[in-house]
Design a protein around this ligand. Structure first.
Ligand code: GCO
Length: 472
């Protein structure tokens, strides 16, 4: 099953409108990508944070090294049939043992920023209680290595690897999980907080909700939409509590969430399709942005929840104020738009990549960034993920086209006043792509999994030049 494909099926009937009537600009439309499509010579603002992203379970390996405990993904990926090729994150790109080599690759690329995640069960093997000093030391060494190479760390606290011990206590369906997360965040932010300036609380709570708890094709494999919405609320509560816990450490720095967002467009000009697109927007975007940035759930999203929906009881008085605790930054992850028909069905209007859920539409990034500014104000933004899988091992011209077209769209948004501080390619390295196992390669750098040798792809060479020029 394909993760976001499942997502669209699961969420059929819901999506956006803010952007729905925007004119689409053919020159940035990926339906006709070409080497000459992007205007040459676009300079980015001084100090723009050119970066790349990874996440712990997808690259680290070292699944049992130095006292790491299991996460839901260790358990899930070891179950028969959960991943396309039977792959697990046991070894992945073995980054746990090769971080110095990877740090040098980052330096050679000229990266200004590296976004990675902390493995919760590596630093707290059972999710709470005693800290695993060796696990925490790994992240100290990684951060020190980045700083020594002039690369700014951007650290995600939760990229889906809930400690299995907490899952056995209910995981995110248990309200206490929000507090366990905040305790973990407090410990990590304090420990690394003299070196790390920017933190991200949650990665893609929407995907956890839709794919992990509704479609059940990601860990923890739950298939229950009603339960999923409870987990979603607790994830958001965990975000708010973690922001507060970070502030309470007294460490200086910034913190915010990393949300995957999709502009939602009506699939045709009918009023019914426009209405469905508004509903879809609530599901895809506003039910995440509104609580985090405005401290409320959208009325039209709440209205979709029946009177007896468990999420209604899960929302306690005061929760929204916690969730809406002021963030300093928003991480934006953009892969695809959504199109909704008059009946609420999702349809595809653009070519896809090897990831069949991914519609290639760079203009959607411009629509998304400008919409966030219009509807949510001037919060600093950084693109925490954007990328494409390529079947070409190293000669990945398709990735270069994708990156250039999306950077062109981002540049337009900056020109129009969007406070975009940085851009992180997904991903630095080929890695474990969740339910797809190792069948999709998203990296700038190729990993030969039989030898763990790294080779730069054409896109890495191209990106190095972009960084050096501070523009495309
Ligand atoms: C996500 C994650 C990444 C994925 C990437 C490609 O968005 O799912 O943050 O872990 O690997 O998005 O699908």
């Amino acid at each position: 099953m394909r993760r976001r494909h499942v997502l669209t099926l699961a969420a059929a009937g819901a999506v956006t409108a803010g952007c729905s009537t925007r004119r689409r600009t053919p020159s940035t439309d990926a339906s006709a990508p070409s080497a000459s499509a992007a205007p040459a010579g676009l300079a980015f603002p001084k100090g723009f944070a050119w970066g790349a992203s990874t996440s712990a379970y997808q690259v680290e390996g070292g699944a049992t090294a130095d006292g790491r405990g299991p996460s839901v993904w260790d358990v899930f990926s070891h179950e028969a049939g959960r991943t396309r090729d039977g792959g697990t994150g046991d070894v992945a790109a073995d980054h746990y043992h090769r971080s110095y080599e990877d740090l040098d690759l980052m330096r050679d690329l000229g990266l200004k920023s590296y976004r990675f995640s902390i493995s919760w069960p590596r630093v707290l093997p059972t999710g709470r209680g005693t800290v695993n000093a060796k696990g925490l030391d790994f992240y100290h060494r990684l951060v020190d290595g980045l700083l020594a190479r002039g690369i700014t760390p951007l650290v995600t606290l939760f990229h889906w690897d809930t400690p299995q011990a907490l899952q056995e206590a209910g995981g995110w369906t248990n309200r206490d999980c929000a507090s366990w997360f905040a305790d973990y965040a407090s410990m990590v932010c304090y420990s690394l907080g003299d070196k790390v300036q920017t933190w991200l609380t949650l990665n893609e709570p929407k995907t956890v909700t839709e794919v992990g708890y509704t479609a059940g094709v990601h860990a923890p494999g739950v298939r229950d939409r009603r339960v999923a919405n409870v987990a979603a609320h607790h994830l958001l509560l965990g975000h708010g509590l973690a922001v507060q816990a970070f502030r309470a450490t007294g460490r200086k720095g910034r913190i915010g969430a990393a949300l995957n967002l999709s502009p939602v467009y009506p699939a045709d000009d009918s009023d019914a399709a426009r209405k469905q697109a508004v509903i879809g927007d609530a599901e895809e975007n506003r039910r995440w942005l509104d609580p985090v940035l405005l401290g409320r759930y959208p009325d039209d999203w709440l209205a979709t929840q029946p009177a007896d929906a468990p999420v209604r009881a899960a929302i306690h008085a005061g929760d929204l104020a916690v969730i809406g605790t002021k963030s300093d930054i928003l991480g934006v992850q953009y892969y695809n738009p959504a199109y909704v028909t008059a009946t609420g069905a999702r349809v595809q209007k653009h070519p896809t990549s090897q990831a069949s859920w991914q519609q290639l539409y760079p203009q959607g990034l411009y629509d998304l960034l400008t919409r966030i500014r219009r509807d949510y104000g001037d919060i600093p933004l950084t693109i925490t993920e954007n990328g494409i899988p390529s079947v070409h091992p190293t000669d990945d011209e398709d990735r270069i086209t994708f990156l250039r077209d999306h950077l062109t769209a981002a540049h337009r948004a900056i020109r129009e006043g969007v406070r975009l501080e940085g851009y992180h390619v997904w991903s630095l390295l080929d890695n474990f792509e969740w339910a797809e196992g190792y069948t999709q390669r998203w990296g700038l750098i190729h990993v030969d999994y039989s030898t763990q040798q790294r080779h730069r792809k054409a896109s890495a060479d191209w990106y190095q030049q972009v960084i050096a020029r501070n523009g495309i």
